[in-house]
Design a protein around this ligand. Structure first.
Ligand code: ATP
Length: 371
């Protein structure tokens, strides 16, 4: 097979031109993706974007209409799931209810006709690994949701697969258990070094767990990057909006490095040669608004009125509107210290500044199309 000729030598999973249609609907549109050996990758996106369909195609649980899948250097595009060397954990625990915990974990090993003693030792080791020693004789119904997911994880890892696939494994659990288990899964994955793909619609989960995030929307990949890259330099307004909080300003490109929001002109440190006249959306994270020690002559400084304040515990998030440009409305975060120092109250006016390098410009249309 010539599969992987153009793939990076570190790639363990290679997906090329993967397309999946359901009737006239295209759920996956020519997906290209590489996952490196030992990497923890999250597929992130809103409901219906295609992330589960992509995971199922990789597993061979669903067929693709076009494209190629390679796992560990082998073309498995048309191989049955059993020949793809993965373990999988689903959202609903999907344990065999009539089998004990031991027998659930042993399942894949029994199928492979491993010797009894070896299976018993491996099951014991795995249950210890997921923090459930001495629970082997119980039935799934006797365990909590979090414990059942640990068993599912042990079962998925039993045959030491090259690839671990996690399909929203935490979404059915309550918040505390979820936080705890996500740390444990990540620690376990680090220890074992198993290449892992996790599907999630929870951006916080993806930011906290992933080495790299694959952001999907309408069957295509919008961006692939480390959590920091995705958060700091989103490739599209969709990514910026889906991951973290971002205020968007409707703007027009005035000149390279300068945009206009209503009557206000703002400097942006955007290296691209933006064409004057283009309509743009300009994004800004609430934590990037400067609210302390601003001088009227500072770059992008203006007076803004606090319209609304949301108390969020460690900080509060205020909605600000520029006094001389009503279209210049944005969110700004105030830490607990700042709340005390600045005094954050509805109706108050303060001087704020928008750092040029924190303003992300997403071009909407050419000046021609705008006419
Ligand atoms: P969710 O988080 O809601 O599961 P998702 O990103 O995982 O979303 P998919 O389950 O991959 O989304 O589905 C992608 C799109 O394909 C959806 O619009 C869905 O309705 C459609 N789809 C998925 N499976 C089928 C099917 N068997 N028949 C028809 N349409 C399907």
């Amino acid at each position: 097979s010539t599969a992987g000729a153009s793939a990076s030598p570190r790639a363990y999973l290679v997906v090329r031109g993967l397309t999946r249609r359901f009737g006239a609907f295209t759920a996956l549109d020519r997906i290209d993706l590489e996952v490196r050996r030992g990497e923890f990758v999250c597929f992130l996106g809103p409901s219906g974007c295609g992330k589960t369909t992509l995971l199922r195609a990789i597993a061979g649980l669903d067929r693709q209409d076009e494209g190629r899948i390679e796992i560990g250097g082998r073309d498995v595009s048309h191989a049955p799931p059993a020949d793809r060397d993965f373990g999988i954990v689903f959202q609903s625990y999907a344990l065999f209810p009539n089998l004990t915990v031991d027998d659930n974990v042993a399942y894949g090993l029994v199928n492979r006709r491993r010797p009894r003693a070896e299976i018993a030792a491996r099951v014991k080791e795995l249950l210890a690994l997921v923090g459930l020693p001495d629970q082997g004789a119980k039935f799934p119904v006797q365990l909590s949701g979090g414990q059942q997911q640990r068993v599912a994880l042990a079962r998925a890892l039993a045959t030491s697969p090259g690839l671990l696939l996690l399909d929203e494994p935490l979404s059915a659990l309550d918040a505390r258990v979820r936080l705890h288990l996500r740390e444990e899964i990540r620690a376990l994955q680090n220890r074992l070094g198993v290449t892992t793909i996790m599907v999630t619609h929870d951006q916080e989960e993806a930011l906290a767990m992933a080495d790299r995030i694959v952001v999907m929307n309408h069957g295509v990949i919008e961006q692939v990057g480390t959590p920091e890259e995705i958060y700091r330099t989103p490739a599209s307004a969709f990514v910026a909006d889906f991951v973290g909080t971002m205020s968007f300003l409707d703007a027009t490109v005035a000149a390279p490095g300068e945009i206009r929001v209503g009557a206000r002109s703002l400097r942006v440190a955007d290296g691209r040669a933006l064409v004057p006249g283009c309509a743009a959306r300009v994004g800004l994270r609430p934590e990037d608004v400067r609210v302390r020690g601003v001088h009227p002559d500072d770059e992008n400084a203006f007076e803004a009125t606090i319209e609304d304040v949301e108390f969020l515990g460690a900080f509060c998030r205020a909605r600000l509107v520029a006094r001389d440009a009503p279209g210049l409305a944005l969110l700004a975060d105030f830490s607990a210290n700042l709340m005390r120092d600045v005094g954050v109250e509805v109706g108050k006016t303060l001087l704020v500044a928008l750092p040029p390098d924190a303003l992300r410009v997403f071009v909407r249309s050419s000046p021609m199309a705008d006419e």
